[in-house]
Design a protein around this ligand. Structure first.
Ligand code: URA
Length: 235
């Protein structure tokens, strides 16, 4: 692909604008200045420096954000800032989307991508991708509540009871819940239906991908090939 198109595909602006950046001597490719907008390169893994910003090019963007509380997973947030404000401009221009939403007060593992097929595969109810939540409850957790969550609780707008795939007590007022669905406010509603209340909610894993403890709250990083493989494994 030509360099001007590569920059455009990475979210650096229109093709004409990217061509002007290149012609102005503001773009390095793999450590060398390139002033020819029509120069051809392979996209994936190309190391760019665009007007002082380092960037590794990729055909599709897959990333993980450690979502802080107080951010909405929406492009047009209503009451809180958007998680998209936590991403650099090129990723926002590329229109990466959250893979399923977390509530504004939920923290933890949020995937984002501009690969529509990936979003569909991850969020399709048929795929049954397990999502693990660390729940802090208002009242002490009882064995009856755990049993109810595992056998199934009735939610208002659902015809049949919904059961957690896994539920273990992790403290006096905390439990780890694994769900195969991603229904609206599902954890909070299930915990209420079981007779307790969620005070804090954190997503710690999706499929076999755990939230990287080295990733600070509010920060993002690219998903590696191993991360992507872990997502499709169920342990
Ligand atoms: N369930 C909820 O209730 N909220 C979330 O953010 C995610 C799952």
């Amino acid at each position: 692909m030509t360099l001007d198109r590569i920059l455009q595909s990475q979210g650096f602006g229109t093709r004409r604008y990217c061509g002007d950046l290149i012609a102005a001597g503001l773009v390095e490719v793999n450590g060398e200045l390139c002033e020819d907008p029509r120069a051809q390169f392979e996209v994936d893994g190309l190391r760019l420096m665009v007007d002082g910003e380092e960037w590794v090019a990729c055909t599709k963007a897959y990333l993980v954000l450690n979502k802080p509380a107080g951010y909405e997973c929406s492009q047009r947030p209503r009451h809180h800032p958007s998680v998209y404000n936590l991403l650099p401009v090129p990723l926002r221009q590329r229109e990466v989307q959250a893979v399923g939403r977390l509530d504004h007060d939920t923290t933890g593992l949020l995937l984002l991508t501009d690969d529509g097929q990936f979003i569909h595969a991850q969020t399709s109810p048929k795929r049954k991708v397990p999502k693990v939540y660390e729940v802090t409850t208002a009242e002490p957790v009882t064995q009856e509540q755990v049993d109810a969550l595992l056998t199934g609780v009735k939610l208002d707008d659902e015809p049949a009871p919904i059961a957690a795939e896994g539920c273990e007590i992790t403290g006096e007022r905390s439990l780890r819940l694994t769900l195969l669905q991603g229904k609206y406010h599902q954890v909070k509603r299930m915990v209420v239906a079981a007779g307790n209340h969620v005070n804090a909610l954190h997503r710690s894993a999706i499929g076999g991908l755990k939230l990287d403890p080295a990733l600070p709250e509010g920060e993002w990083r690219w998903l590696t090939a191993e991360d992507l493989a872990a997502l499709t494994s169920k342990d």
